[in-house]
Design a protein around this ligand. Structure first.
Ligand SMILES: Nc1ncnc2c1ncn2[C@@H]1O[C@H](COP(=O)(O)OP(=O)(O)OP(=O)(O)O)[C@@H](O)[C@H]1O
Length: 206
């Protein structure tokens, strides 16, 4: 399976263009790094690849077919952001957030170090690392074909960061899931990815 962006251009409203003719693809089982200048449009590209934004020009295709808009929990491209507290409903207990897309796999929860007790708590009663593990587990549904990790572990301590990545890489290998790792940390990208691209290399007219 292949997730492909072809000549994507995008701008917010009447603001200046952020992405110009960006072409990029990632295949099942690949771990690809994406780096680039701050404000260059990496998160915007991630949102387009996951179906949250529609490009003004160009297309996103999954195995040659247009990608549907995001909205249901079972979208084949899942996105995890840097700040988990902004990605969950504060009025839902963590267990309800986790079950948003279906019943979580207990083995997955174990691999991510999620304690059963956390599921009965409100998001405000969990640490950033605990809540991010919940968000990662929520994104790893059986239907997920590609995971986009946008600075997913940037705010976390080294041990939590290592544990989350170990679990994600294990699952990616098991399921032949593709992972796009967006980060400003060259060491992290080098450690995780078989290929690293810079956003400005992907567009002829940045
Ligand atoms: N909703 C929005 N409305 C208007 N402009 C936006 C919006 N979201 C982002 N931008 C602008 O789009 C540009 C690209 O932002 P984006 O977050 O995609 O970049 P980035 O490469 O991920 O940056 P960083 O590395 O700092 O996270 C920035 O100039 C930002 O201010």
């Amino acid at each position: 399976m292949r997730l492909e962006a072809e000549k994507i251009s995008f701008r917010y409203g009447r603001e200046p263009w952020i992405l110009g003719d960006v072409s990029f693809s990632i295949s099942s089982g690949e771990i690809v790094g994406l780096s680039g200048a701050s404000g260059g449009g990496k998160t915007t590209l991630a949102r387009i690849l996951a179906g949250y934004e529609q490009p003004a020009q160009g297309s996103v295709r999954l195995d040659g077919r247009p990608l549907q808009e995001s909205g249901d929990g079972a979208h084949p491209v899942q996105l995890v952001f840097q700040h988990p507290e902004q990605a969950v409903n504060p009025l839902w207990k963590s267990g309800d957030t986790l079950r948003e897309g279906g019943d979580p796999d207990s083995e997955l929860l174990r691999q991510l170090g999620i304690e059963p007790d956390w599921l009965t708590r409100w998001p405000s009663e969990l640490s950033g690392g605990e809540l991010q593990r919940i968000c990662v587990a929520r994104a790893l549904l059986p239907s997920t074909q590609f995971l986009i990790a946008d600075e997913m572990t940037t705010m976390l301590d080294a041990i939590t960061q290592a544990q989350i990545w170990q679990a994600v890489l294990h699952i990616a290998e098991q399921r032949q899931m593709g992972v796009l790792v967006i980060s400003h940390d060259p060491h992290l990208l080098k450690r995780l990815c078989s290929r690293i691209v810079r956003l400005d290399e992907l567009q002829p007219c940045p």
